[in-house]
Design a protein around this ligand. Sequence first.
Ligand code: MTE
Ligand code: HPA
Ligand code: MOS
Length: 791
Amino acid sequence: MKWNPDSVLNVLGQTSYVDDIPEPRDLLHAAIVPSPSAHGRLVRLETSEASARFPKAIFLSAADIPGTNQIGNAVPDEPLLCDGEWHFRGEPIALVLAESRSEARRAAALVRVEAEELEVITDPREAAARGELILPPRTMRSGDVEKAFAECAYVVEGRVDSGGQEHVYLETQGAIAWPGEAGGVRIVSSTQWPSGVQKAASRVLGVPMNRVEVETMRIGGGFGGKEDQATPWGCFAALGARLTRRPVKIYLNRHEDLSYTGKRHPYSSDFKLGLDKEGRILAFEADYYQSSGGCADLSPAVLARTLFHALSAYYVPNVRVTGYLCRTNLVPFTAFRGFGAPQGIFVVESAIAKAAEATGIPAVDLQCKNLLSEGDTFHYGMPVEECRTDQSVARVLEKCDWNGLQKRIASFNGYNHLKKRGAAMIPLCFGISFTKLMMNQTGALVHVYNDGSVTVNTGAVEMGQGVGRKIAIITAKSLGAPVDRVRIESTRTTTVANTFATAASSGTDLNGMAAQLACAQIKERLLAVAAEQLSQSDAQQHTGAKAADISCEISNGEVLRSGKPTGLKWDDLVAKAHESRVDLSAHAFYSTPGLFYDDQNEKGSPFAYHVYGAAVVTATADILRGTYTIDEAFMVHDAGEPIDLLVDIGQTEGGFVQGLGWAVLEDLRFDREGKLQADTLSTYKVPDVHFVPKMDIEFLDNAPNPKAVLNSKAIGEPPLMYAIAGYFAVLNALKAARPDTEGFYDSPMTPEKALTFLTELNDAHPGWPLGASGAAGDSARRHSGVGRANS
Ligand code: MTE
Ligand code: HPA
Ligand code: MOS
């Protein structure tokens, strides 16, 4: 295995997370009193029973907040502690501080919340129908859809549902805060966004940001769940520390984390797709009802990414797509790997699958006919550049021997009555940059110590995605220092200020570039010192080149002169520079150039570049049981020039498998009262190692990306989208059992839905396949889905 500081230390158990920090002697533990229902109005908090049982416990409510009781970012609709109406089950009503974690929880459980119950809405379509929108609808358009539909040879319409998804980061939400001087605090938080925690805590405490320091060493996974939603927990710890002048820790157990925190947004959508006789798509229309949950959180930005990715990797000249932020009384749904794009892409892929049924043209032919190519324009007005979709699709079809595969599947399906196979292809085009322009900025602070060791501070948070490893490599390359001399510091608001979350797959793009710029400053100074040194040794040997005339380079820990080793080593050069009173530290700032967007007209260039690729997935379904296996996945992916190949392969595998969880396995359901049904990991099923198919990953060769650091490309989220082909592979296997039946578009493709699809066929076709009669009764498929209560 290659040297990788964090992964080696992780394996040795030597990395430290929030719960590994030695607990100070005077530590208090915090727990929240959650709202007891999905929608209500707070009448009174009754703590007498809790106080009697736990006399030392401290109870804090909204009235105890010294600053502003508001932590919402996009929309100020998120009080830290409920001050009137609550909008979801598990919303924090009060905070309890006690001497132990268990005491805090037990005391919280004894607090009585007297409430006026209000009506609960869990279905986004119902919320939209009642005008319960968090912000007005948003529409992107190009061309003229009305005119285009009139000219289409085929028009298909339909409905698509996709379920939410729980992040299941290994480290649950948590933070510790220590009281500081002058009303300040120091917070260690498991967050993707330390500056966000800092800002919110400063507001809640009513102190300037320079009184709040937030540090994140690394986090045990985030997947978007700690972009905004680590903030309340950091603020609770800070509030407790400020009011008691003792350190305070809050750390959720899994059940609490599952019950109280946001997840991927469920969506329910309608589409209309029009094609000409040859199968070219002329027009696409869609309405996306996003179940946003009880408050805005990141929902507007997530919806924006859905609209930007509505056409995925296809070119369509006439488009109208509208998104609705539907306020449902469920946990506030939030960022999750893909950030709204998977939900949008599933809709257009479903539309194409339906068009394949209507036209008799195979889906893969429709897909290939309509791929984006160089010179096209996205519906939001950005030109398509360095397009590598067609190349990826051609390669993946060749790699899996698509035609041969189809024949093998047909022959398998011909011989087998109880098992059927299916395959599906999906192209990829994913935009890189935060869709909110302002967020595309960060800084770096690099110190070279006088022994030659290097420390890098940036806004990047390591969450297992390898951003630290990549920045270490970038730093080593930029300085010419050996990579094992570089250490990545924990992320701290006091070393690099005013950053945004490590998210949008842009952690390395932004922070790596800032580190590179800081290193360039130090390197320039070191090169001057090196030239001086070399000119002095020239003088000793009476060859006499002036320092200014010497061209040198530093590479792999040694100074080179005209490309040849000089014997002057990195450590000695740094020591010399220090002796000569040269500044060995530098700060740099990076903001992505060239981004602009006109919100009024919904046109612009919101992304620095796009990531392309394609995948083929195969599956086998058990026709009697509705169970299936995902067998193989072929991925051809545009990773630019990877900074660390192993990290990028890991991200591709991990993203794909996590996507499979969303597309076919993880069943996030709420009942009519807005209560999460599978609220432990014994009932909420995520992919395990046995579920993972054989994966064949190929990165495109010769694919430099001049728009990002060292010609690399962002990798964190895009491969997740390949998993959508897993849904269609299973659907195609099921349809092989009854080719004349229409498919359904309701993810995840659980065995229950598969079996319902098959048993409905049984009812319609008695005697098929073995005369078994349909047993499922009520249709699980019809009764499940987005935010809808299931029977
Ligand atoms: N990989 C691991 N191991 N753990 C994570 O939490 N988060 C994903 C992705 N890969 C994540 C991960 C998400 S949602 C994003 S946006 C990116 O990593 C963020 O990191 P990057 O910008 O450095 O790629
Ligand atoms: N991606 C991820 N996180 C974000 C984004 C985005 O585009 N915008 C705001 N937060
Ligand atoms: Mo990732 S959803 O942008 O944290």
